[in-house]
Design a protein around this ligand. Sequence first.
Ligand SMILES: [Zn+2]
Length: 479
Amino acid sequence: MKFSRILLGLSLAGLLTTCTRRPTMLEIYDVVINHVSIVNVETGTVQPNQVVVVSQGKILRIEPADQHSYAARQYVNGNGRYLIPGLWDMHVHFRGGDSLAAANKKSLTLYLAHGITTVRDCGGDLTPSIFQWRRDLDTGRLAGPRIFTSGPKIDGPGATWPGSLEVETPAQIGKALDSLQRLKVDYVKIYDSKISGPAYLETIRQAQRRGLKTTGHMPYSVTLGESIKAGLDATEHLYYVFKACSGKEDSLTALVRNSLGTSKPLGLFSVLPAVYDTYSPAAASRIFKLMAKHHTAAVPTLFVSKTLAGLPENDHSRDTLRAYIDPRIQATYQRRLASARQQSPAAQAFSQKLTAKLLSLVPQMQAAGVTVLAGSDSGPFNSFVYPGASLQEELVLLVQAGLTPRQALQAATVNGAKFMGVADHSGIIAPGKDADLVLLTANPLDDIANIKKIDAVISRGKAYQAAALANMLRAVRNR
Ligand SMILES: [Zn+2]
């Protein structure tokens, strides 16, 4: 609907009657956000004093304030506030078995309350539950972020994570991909606990032929360059990028490959110190260029690395968000906590050093034209990486690493939408796009930490103002 019709509606109503006080032809919108400053995450500019009109889940119009009157089911005062696109957390997990399904479901509220309107689930063992939540979210029976999911992870025989599809031969890979396609997953996630190098590359190739996106970890027995050339769409965490930054990548890869089948097979963590010591700026620049050329995205997950590296020394007993994490999920935190406590002082020192080094790769990748995606890795087992808040901390770390606030916001909005192939209707604030928005009381371009100052979240065209968000949080608080 155009202005002219509304104006016509107003004037007709005025002409026709003085007895009805409400103009009957005035359209009632779902949400109107008035007098708001709109943050353009692509240009890094702010358009002050705008009205955003939302109808049927979409942004209908954006226009300067004070030109028209509006009727809305939900009216949001944007005065002195900043509107950004809803945030995307591009790496989360729902997992822990069916007995934890209800506990995982509560995290949907935490995501929404922290401004996350879309998450990408990176594999677990709750696929049927996730699809059920998605149906309930779509019909409005449930409030929460949009969910993209990989379904079960692909890994090798004897995989670490329950629910993984275990593959070794090309035929098994074909069957696994058949089953994922039957589930209608959004992409394929590959994990590296047991998968062989050849099976890993074959999975990427077969998925590529079927038009499925692949992302993943990577066995250290292959190189990132090989994986990219096979068609890998995104590399999760920075360990695999980091290996490719070694000047001795080929010999380290051969070392790992030759150790397999011996009594002492080498894994990622045993090789990382050698990778660190042989870091080469020239090799780094080569791999970043290759990633940019092949549009291979990176999901740095800096906050989880930092949190896990800090486990031996940081006391999380007073974290306020623990009140919202189901005790059965908190119980899963013990596993990583126990292994952290067993680390030698030297190993602890190395993981701190490594975290700092991984941080330094991010601005270099960004400068080389690599797509950076913001992901938290929150979910059961990843100790103290709380749903929602951890993505905010990820953005703070991306800026600390050297990205501008604008680039960090892109990593958590438009980049995610582009990666999942939905940028035509999502990821930015413009007419026709999904009405997934976050209203902040301060400008995140001035200080990225301002993304924590949430006044309202608009998800699927419905506004959740501060009081509503507080009520929703109260409902999932542990009793
Ligand atoms: Zn993960």
